[in-house]
Design a binder for this molecule. Sequence first.
Ligand code: FAD
Length: 427
Amino acid sequence: MADKFRIVIVGGGVAGLALATRLGNSVGRTGRAEITLVDKSFAHVWKPMLHCFAAGTAANENDRISFMSQASRHHFDFWPGEITALDRKARTISLAPITDPLSGKPVVDARSLGYDALVLALGSRANDFGTPGVAEHCLFIDNLVDANGFNDRFRMELLRAFANHQELDIAIVGGGATGTQLAAELHKALDIASLYSFGEKPPRLRITLLEAGPRILPAFPESVSEAASRQLEAIGVTVRTSAMVSGADEEGFILKDGSRVPARLRVWAAGVKAPDVTHRFDGLRLSRSGQLEVRPTLQVMDDDHIFAMGDCAFITEGPVAPTAQAARQQAHHLARTLPAWMNGGTLAPFSFHNKGAVVALGDYNGWGTFPGGSVFGGGWLRGISARMVHLMLYRQHQFELYGPVRGTISCLVDWLDMFVRPSVRLD
Ligand SMILES: Cc1cc2nc3c(=O)[nH]c(=O)nc-3n(C[C@H](O)[C@H](O)[C@H](O)COP(=O)(O)OP(=O)(O)OC[C@H]3O[C@@H](n4cnc5c(N)ncnc54)[C@H](O)[C@@H]3O)c2cc1C
């Protein structure tokens, strides 16, 4: 073992960055451990906001947190890199070479990094279940690059529809929180953008939300699903449930009953699977969707020195839904238990405390549920309370990472920004 206990965290998302920051502030600051965060990108974004970046209703340049800056303030190291494999015997991970995106030439060679404890927090992506044509013809919003790519296409297609006095057809597969919120957010984007269209009539958006199950938002009570469907229909979104997609091409989606849903923009926001790289993790046991199977201590099944948390982990004895809430709680749990374990202590099991769920349909409405089964939002408040809770979850995350002073300044900057920039991305 090296002089200091080496904790390597791979993935700086909701779970990974919270853990790196907390461990950095404890065992990193006192010098008891050397903490290294590895991520394939250079900045953290709060993934539950990706649909807002995709629609252009939030500016990601304000909401990104630089990993290097966070590391220097919270006593951990950051290495950019994409994990490609791990060697359990040698206790090393392999990182892919880094290439210059402009020239395509290598900038940093492939490397390996040693660990005494490895925490995998790689997140997840949508699962197309191998549906023909989806990989080639659909857009995804699994990360910031995808969300920005979608926004570029969305603005170009809006321009085309605007200039040619056409309608713009968009079809979204997946009636979970991601697809449902994206549908509403795209409408909100057009509503705001219309204010800048110099009196010209804006193009009409025809959004179709396709869900294979009997109702949208299946994680919420039926009353919320019904109210959300009504709200979406009221703003012009067509909601189609029990609509099983069997393929996609450049003209739209093909349903199992043989009918077609035409769409210039096709988005796949259904299913969840772990990144494919988990299949190269030295035989670690995986769930059907490629998540790393873990014990209640969050250690993987066959190796005490490897942990997994967040969307990429599957707790075999009590699976929890892949949400930011679960990812955050798992990070807090490991931040509490790892320091004692490093010194020979035992690891306590993780238990999930369901604090409820919130969904926000743009500025139109929103709902929240509490564990007891009660629902709030909707009705005459037009969901303001639920939307505020949604926003507060993000602020809470920011405050945890930034601390109270920088967290407050960041809120103020965002608020002042509203007076300077348009509230939708126009360029
Ligand atoms: C549009 C959208 C809306 C959502 N809304 C909600 C919501 O309202 N409420 C809620 O609770 N949840 C919501 N979720 C789900 C929530 O975002 C996830 O459950 C949460 O982000 C999981 O956290 P994580 O740390 O496991 O993964 P992530 O936050 O996804 O972070 C994974 C990190 O790993 C890095 N990474 C991936 N592969 C590699 C690799 N090979 N090498 C190095 N680094 C790698 C990524 O760059 C990323 O930084 C939403 C998700 C989406 C997409």
